[in-house]
Design a protein around this ligand. Sequence first.
Ligand SMILES: *Cc1c(COP(=O)(O)O)cnc(C)c1O
Length: 430
Amino acid sequence: MHTERSEELYSRAKELMPGGVNSPVRAFLSVGGTPRFIRRAKEQYLYDEDGNAYIDYIGSWGPMILGHNPDFVLDAVRKQLENGLSYGAATALEVEMAELIHEIVPCVEMMRMVNSGTEAVMSAVRAARGFTGRDKIVKFEGCYHGHADAMLVKAGSGVMTSGIPDSSGVPRGCTADTLSAVYNDLDSVERLFQQYPSEIACVIVEPVAANMGVVVPKKSFLPGLRQLCDQYGALLIFDEVITGFRLQIDGAIGHFGITPDLVTYGKIIGGGMPVGAYGGRKEIMQLVSPLGSVYQAGTLSGNPVAMCAGLTQLRYLKAHPEVYRQIGFLSHRLRSGLEEIIRRYHAPCTVNGIGSLSCLYFTPEPVTDYTSAKKADTQQFKEYFHYMLDTGSYFGPSQFEAAFVSNAHTLREIDKTLADAEDYFASRNF
Ligand SMILES: *Cc1c(COP(=O)(O)O)cnc(C)c1O
């Protein structure tokens, strides 16, 4: 596989951008080697600057649930482009977006569009603190909620891979009110509530943790969180930046039948454009400016081109429930194929997943939280990753990222990936 052009771009990029990238995982630091510079993408494939094609199991980290560049999304965006890129004023598109989201997820009674998942989380936490008049928040080890100061405590994939427990540049005061609990361990949450019965504003959780690989909640976990929050007067926030409109059209809220007080969205909601959103109970959201005292704003929030892309993709998803059956089926095939290979070659691995999210961990033990995820052998992952990349399957360049399947994938790609994975495991000695 030729990578000369990517190598050249990487060396130029490193001169001017930290790590040569604009978001850390793209630098391949945890797997080594040259990050591939992507020239274009179509449907289930990425094409790099050297002309190599890859089956894409990242999907821009989630947004491209229909595959890259569906014609009808491009057509809608092209039409919108003719009308202008940004106005800094209200538009019909924003109203239609809010109405559609409310129709799909009725408990989102009121919402605000922002520009990223980070912003959505930061703003939702501010609203929760404003509403409850409390300062402390509970998050889970290994859950990632974007890079806002208060959230950079045991924060999953990017931070996890580089082995940095925290970030420098975050004043101690900013995380002093951030308490961490153990995913899938209700007792660890209850202990925090017992310690601070009237100080916790909210519990924020990825309803399926998808930034420490993929960790599915135990049956009692989310109902237990709901119950504890109610008991202690705290708000429950679902960070559905990955799971929203992915697990099923109404996300984890629909899938698990648990209603949070606030929810955050990103990724899919923008159809590949920079969009996030937060919303939930009206009495909480009515506190957000200009109605209430919780300040939050954005020059490009609700950007018409971004709204158009996201809205067009969401409308399609709502009208085509078979998408979810198909991506679930393909992803299940990927997982069961990998499990079979693992058994056959006695590989010390575990496969986790749900719906269209999967993760192959290089540890034989069950992965149910951050501690068990960290047992994975990242050196083994690194070898596997490069073998798969060189044979044309592009997985996230870290052990702790999820593999995403889109509606543009077919059994052909899944089976090709499985055949290559089989060759890899057959050539190792376990
Ligand atoms: C990606 C992600 C975020 C951050 O979103 P950005 O758009 O990258 O700021 C927050 N929460 C979860 C669960 C995510 O996966």
